[in-house]
Design a protein around this ligand. Structure first.
Ligand code: PLP
Length: 376
């Protein structure tokens, strides 16, 4: 089965009614036959048919053994960090999503989960940061917001040699474009709030695990901590998944055109886009993914123009998310990465005027006109 057909026909839950859309099971608890038979469903924190339909679907799309749906991307990410123990050490990619950085700094370091931030595009730096108590590597590729590309096969190999669990936040790519478990990674995470949902109307997080034993560790956290996704929100994600392919294709097409066009504009100083041949991760991205995604970042010559333009845009919306059908713009230094100390932002290259654009499915000429008018 090919990938667009999969999005429509895989992971369907059949309850015998013939319903084409997966039913929303709002039941919190289930009638048990007796105390001796293991029930399929018992209580919705530990299992719910609508959630299961989404979890099975995501596991099939990512080619993992099992999927888990959480109440947000951060709930998914935090639940994965909870498979580690106090005193464990993990390596985390330097320009990690701002919320992940905050969770590690403000919450997990308090439970003595030790973290070293490394540039995962530099394998030597990663290798040298491994300690005797290192248990995992946490990466993103492309990274947020600078769209650096990590070689997933190489990082997985290095991790295997050192017995480390590899975790990737695959939000920017989705399984439509990149399947990290097939490249050797152990755990994939999504903020389903972004492309999986695709319509900026639901928060959700997904974890997919390659191997059965590791799945059990994640399941233990999911049912113990209970940050599960509600049945209705699971259904919204199932609905979003059906159009993931067409949305991604169109968003990528617009992104490519917009990136090329930005290069020709005198206002623009620099454009970060892995689709450019001279992007350092271009070839790796070609080898490990089916596209370059639909997010770009750029700097203007005049930093102040970045601040004046955002309030003048008509169609492109200033907002803290990405991956929806509508184009969204943000200033990472002031928004998603505001928690990061200035020195660290500077070290990874997040300038104060850096603009992140999540490109939607609008007519490209309208997006261009909107940008031009905002620079006047
Ligand atoms: C948005 C986002 C998250 C957090 O997800 P929420 O659903 O907002 O909790 C994590 N990682 C990346 C890359 C994101 O873009």
């Amino acid at each position: 089965m090919r990938k667009n057909t999969m999005l429509i026909h895989r992971g369907q839950y059949h309850d015998g009614t013939g319903s084409v859309s997966v039913p929303i099971y709002h039941s919190s608890t289930y009638k048990l036959k007796n105390l001796d038979t293991e029930p399929r469903y018992e209580y919705s924190r530990t299992g719910n048919p609508t959630r299961e339909a989404l979890e099975v679907m995501m596991a099939e799309l990512e080619e993992g053994s099992r999927g888990f749906a959480f109440s947000s991307g951060m709930a998914a990410i935090s639940s994965v960090f909870m498979i580690f123990k106090a005193g464990d050490h993990i390596l985390v990619t330097k320009d990690v999503y701002g919320g992940t950085y905050r969770a590690l700094k403000e919450v997990f370091e308090g439970f003595n989960l030790q973290v070293t931030y490394v540039d995962c595009t530099n394998l030597k730096e990663v290798e040298e940061a491994i300690q005797t108590n290192t248990r995992g590597i946490y990466i993103e590729s492309p990274t947020n917001p600078l769209l650096k590309i990590v070689d997933l096969k190489k990082i997985s190999l290095l991790a295997k040699e050192n017995n480390l669990i590899t975790i990737i936040d695959n939000t920017f790519m989705t399984p439509y474009l990149q399947k990290p478990l097939t490249l050797g990674m152990d755990i994939v995470i999504h903020s389903a709030t972004k492309y999986i949902g695709g319509h900026s109307d639901v928060l959700g997080g997904i974890v997919i695990v390659k191997d059965e034993t590791l799945s059990n560790r994640v399941y233990t956290v999911q049912k113990s901590i209970g940050a599960v996704l509600s049945p209705h929100d699971c259904w919204l994600l199932l609905r979003g998944l059906k159009t993931l392919g067409v949305r991604m294709d169109r968003q990528q097409e617009n992104t490519e055109k917009l990136a090329q066009w930005l290069l020709t504009r005198q206002e623009v100083k620099r454009v970060h886009y892995p689709g450019f041949k001279d992007h350092p991760g271009h070839q790796i991205c070609l080898d490990q993914a089916a596209g370059f995604g639909a997010v770009i970042c750029f700097d203007l010559h005049q930093e102040s123009l970045a601040y004046s333009m955002i309030s003048k845009l008509k169609y492109i919306t200033l907002g803290a998310s990405l991956g929806g059908v509508e184009s969204l713009i943000s200033i990472p230094a002031k928004m998603s990465h505001s928690f990061m100390p200035p020195e660290e932002k500077q070290a990874v290259g997040i300038t104060d005027g850096l603009i992140r654009l999540s490109v939607g499915i609008e007519d490209i000429e309208d997006l261009k006109e909107d940008l031009i008018a905002s620079w006047q």
